[in-house]
Design a protein around this ligand. Sequence first.
Ligand SMILES: *Cc1c(COP(=O)(O)O)cnc(C)c1O
Length: 374
Amino acid sequence: MSCDYRALANAGVQSLMPYQPGKPVEELERELGIRESIKLASNENPLGPSPRAIQSLGGLLEGLALYPDGGGFALRRRLGEVLGVEPACITLGNGSNDVLELIGRAYLSPGRNAVFSAHAFAVYPLVVQAVDAEARVAPANPMDHAMPYGHDLAAMAERVDAHTRVIFVANPNNPTGTWLDAASLKAFIAAQPRETLVVVDEAYFEYVEEAEYPDTTRWLAEFPNLVVTRTFSKIHGLAGLRIGYAVSSPEVADILNRVRQPFNTNTLAQAGALAALEDDAHVRESVRVNREGLDFLTAACRERGLDFIPSVGNFLCIDMGREAGPVYQALLHQGVIVRPVGGGYGLPHHLRVTVGRAHENRRFMDALDQVLGR
Ligand SMILES: *Cc1c(COP(=O)(O)O)cnc(C)c1O
């Protein structure tokens, strides 16, 4: 007798649509038999990792027979110094994605719910559904709003009730690049029940140059229900190592550290992250290159009459004015990989392009001109 092993899975897992990662360059070139493709699909740093991070890894390969430091002592201590918090407030993750999942596992279950915005980061619904909790999705700002597609904090607050254990706020959000200012976000957090964790996902924190953009780690003392997540995958250029972290009250960190795997962050990731933290020059240069690239891309869109969502991240979500899937496919044939944000995000006409180096941004625009027949 055979069983239906799909039907035996937890209800939420049965209907999970797996996260769609950006297509790797090697895969595209293998499939289409082309060369010299570029990937602007996963918001990676086009400058690569800090040279210091690369250097820090070399001497460690001989030691890989040993398990990593499961407590991440050195990295948590240094992060604590940099952020002005105790190491006990920090939870390391295999990417910040891992930390988001720990939050779901520790605080969500059937009968509980999580609130987040439409067009928010795709991992939130996955985390919620995997544990059979309820996802409450608030509509985003309307088109005539000063920040179209951005989080509508009032609409999110309306969906919070006694069973809401987690609110996910992406600041800035991916894929939209929209952001929340300090005053609105602080007022929102202050108004939430203390039983509800407010998770502010700051994966692109270092890129944002707006004067009113908050560093929410400064608010941790005031809000025991605040959890801030950050990553080394984006500006630090270490996406392949998988390391990120949460900063929270020591109580929340204690819980998250109970459910994580004992060795969730590896030896190389801890060392690379530690070294990257000391390279401010690389961070500054990455911000500069991103600013120039974003200016180029937005100007190029304006010239072509293409709408886009104003972004403070290292990516731009561009409205193709038609189904974006075929445009994405045609760009692949030009050797340019971007991201169709598509159905799951409720943005079927948009493509998200990661800001690359100048020649990559030009290559993308040229390919787009070809594809759109200009
Ligand atoms: C990329 C990203 C992350 C996490 O990336 P990790 O590589 O898992 O650290 C988290 N949140 C948002 C909004 C992102 O775009």
